[in-house]
Write a protein that binds this ligand. Structure first.
Ligand code: KIV
Length: 255
C-alpha cells in the first residue's frame, strides 16, 4: 500500500517525473484491498465488470445501478489508490444526465469518473468538471460502441484516425480531464498523443510508450479464462489454481 493517498495530482506528478503509472480494474472489496495492499496507485471499477463479473456478452448492458453496487463494495476497502469508476453506456447522453450519473458514482465512493468518447462528449465532460469531479477520458477502441462498430477494432491506422485521436485527446485535456485511457490505439499514435499531452495517458493494448498501463485484472490473473485479449499476458492461472484446490478438497470429502 502507498503511504500517502493518491490523488489526480499524484498521477500528474508521476508523469512529470517520468514515472510509469500501473493501473488495474477492480470490482469488489477483497480485490480492491489486495490490489491496494500490492501498491497499485490507480484502480478503476470498469464497466468490463459486465463481462468478467456479470456474464454479459459486452459492456453495453451494464447499468448505473450495477456500477454503484460495485463501486460501493470497492470503496469499502478505503484504498490509498485513486479509485475511479466508469460511467456506463447511456448514462451520459446529455450534460445534465452525465453530471447526475457522475454524482451518483461519487456518492457510491468513486473519486473520479471515466467516460468513452472525444469531442462529441465535451459538453458532458465540462458539466462533470464544472462540478469539480475529476474526469478520465477514454479514446481509441470504445467498448460501449462495439455493436455499432461491429467488433473491437484497432484505432489510429490511417491519417484521418490519427488526426481525429490527437484532436480528441487535446480537447479532453483542454476540458480538464485528469488522465486519458488509450485502448487499442496503434503504438506510434499512442506515443505521439502521450508526448503531446501534459496529462498522463494510460494505455491498454496501445504499445509501451503510454505514461501508464491498465489491464482488466481478470486477464492478468486468469480468473476469466474463457477469453483473454491478445495483448494481455496472463501471469497466473487463477481459474486452474482454484479448480485444483476445489478438486483436492472434494477428493478428501468423497475419499
Ligand atoms: O471497463 C474497463 O475495464 C475499462 C478498461 C479496459 C480501461 O474501461
Amino acid at each position: 500500500m502507498q503511504s500517502v493517498k493518491i490523488t489526480p495530482e499524484s498521477l500528474a506528478v508521476m508523469k512529470a517525473a517520468g514515472r510509469r503509472i500501473p493501473a488495474l480494474t477492480t470490482y469488489d472489496y477483497p480485490m480492491t484491498r489486495m490490489l491496494d495492499e500490492a501498491g497499485v496507485p490507480f484502480l478503476l471499477v470498469g464497466d468490463s465488470l459486465g463481462m468478467v463479473v456479470l456474464g454479459h456478452p459486452n459492456t453495453t448492458l451494464v447499468t448505473l445501478e450495477d456500477m454503484e453496487h460495485h463501486v460501493r463494495a470497492a470503496a469499502r476497502a478505503k484504498p490509498t489508490a485513486l479509485l475511479a469508476a466508469d460511467l456506463p453506456y447511456h448514462s451520459y447522453e446529455t450534460p445534465e444526465q452525465a453530471l447526475a450519473s457522475a454524482r451518483r458514482l461519487c456518492v457510491a465512493g468513486a473519486e473520479a469518473v471515466k467516460a468513452e468518447g472525444g469531442r462529441e462528449i465535451l459538453p458532458q465532460v465540462m458539466a462533470i468538471r464544472g462540478a469539480g469531479i475529476p474526469f478520465v477520458g477514454h479514446l481509441g477502441m470504445l467498448p460501449q460502441h462495439v455493436l455499432e462498430e461491429g467488433g473491437y477494432r484497432i484505432k489510429g491506422r490511417d491519417e484521418v484516425q490519427r488526426q481525429a485521436l490527437l484532436a480528441d485527446a487535446r480537447a479532453l485535456e483542454e476540458a480538464g480531464a485528469m488522465a486519458l485511457v488509450l485502448e487499442l490505439v496503434t503504438p506510434p499514435v499512442a506515443a505521439e498523443i502521450s508526448r503531446s499531452l501534459r496529462i498522463p495517458t494510460i494505455g491498454i493494448g496501445s504499445g509501451p510508450d503510454c505514461d501508464g498501463q491498465i489491464l482488466v485484472v481478470s486477464d492478468l490473473i486468469g480468473t476469466f479464462p474463457w477469453f483473454t485479449p491478445k495483448f494481455a499476458r496472463r501471469r497466473m492461472e487463477g481459474a486452474a489454481l482454484m479448480q485444483g484446490v476445489v478438486r483436492e478438497w472434494m477428493a478428501e470429502i468423497v475419499g
